[in-house]
Design a protein around this ligand. Sequence first.
Ligand code: C2E
Ligand code: MG
Ligand code: MG
Ligand code: MG
Length: 292
Amino acid sequence: YAKSMGRNRYAVFKREMEKVVVRNHMLERELRKALVESRLLLRFQPQITSDNDEFIGVEALLRWNHPSEGIISPAEFIPIAEENHLIIPIGEWVLKKVCYQIKYWLQQYGASPFITVNLSAVQIRHSDLVSYIKKLLDKTKIPPSLLELEVTETVLLHEARISIDVLQELKKLGVRLSIDDFGTGYSSLTYLKKLPLDKLKIDRSFIKDIPGDPDSETIIRTVIGMSHDLGLEVIAEGVETKEQLDYLRKERCSLFQGFYFDPPITIEQIEEKYFAQVKQKAKAGNTIINFQ
Ligand code: C2E
Ligand code: MG
Ligand code: MG
Ligand code: MG
């Protein structure tokens, strides 16, 4: 009986695996089309300061509007795009969209929040990344500090030498750099000190269980303390409740992002909800919305 159960379970597993493989093939084929058919789109999630609840920037997050399946999450299609290097043209599309959005905001309102863009390891290792971004900054003439680039710790662990060089080149362009999903990898303090960073993003998995979970609390307190010591900004991602917010405020976390404020929303929604603040700052003569 046990044996047949085992065999049965294996058959189910195998069938499920086959489904995934077939689906991934389908997605890969269609992803190529999606890019040229403008089926990729961006949503924007606000970043809010701890002092005064100021709106200062947004993270750009990719979506795929699939003709029959509806919106597909980046968690599903980014890994496929990385495997077949479609992430290079897709990533360039995102960077271009974002820089022109900043340019538009500056022209239209006289001020712009910063926009932060996720970079995949494949992009970092691709030799044209730095020159592509330089070209975009030259063309749009936006202040480079309005563009922020996020990389995860895992990006830095593999081929660390290349990644550090690329980050240093990017920093020379004047863009801001942050480490995404911080705490899930294994970066050491000495390692972090070598990088030209501006910001750490505490991973959502630690925010989920606070207040109350002693391990998460310890990690959060350590990361915040470390950020302050290293002169870095620190942002908590995935803030969903008032209790989490109060705890993070008490621990002197400087920035927040999460469903408590907004999920990733459209440009129109961002403007509608947050641009009164931006316009006010433009009036006061601040082009760059910055909290320092
Ligand atoms: P990420 O960069 O860590 O982005 C944060 C993710 O957490 C987003 O998921 C966001 O919608 C979600 N999130 C934000 N606040 C909350 C919250 O309060 N609760 C919960 N449960 N979730 C929250 P999303 O948009 O599905 O993106 C998933 C991942 O896909 C991103 O993680 C990023 O690694 C990747 N990604 C998204 N856009 C791009 C892109 O343009 N390029 C690359 N290379 N990767 C991207
Ligand atoms: Mg991110
Ligand atoms: Mg993250
Ligand atoms: Mg993530």
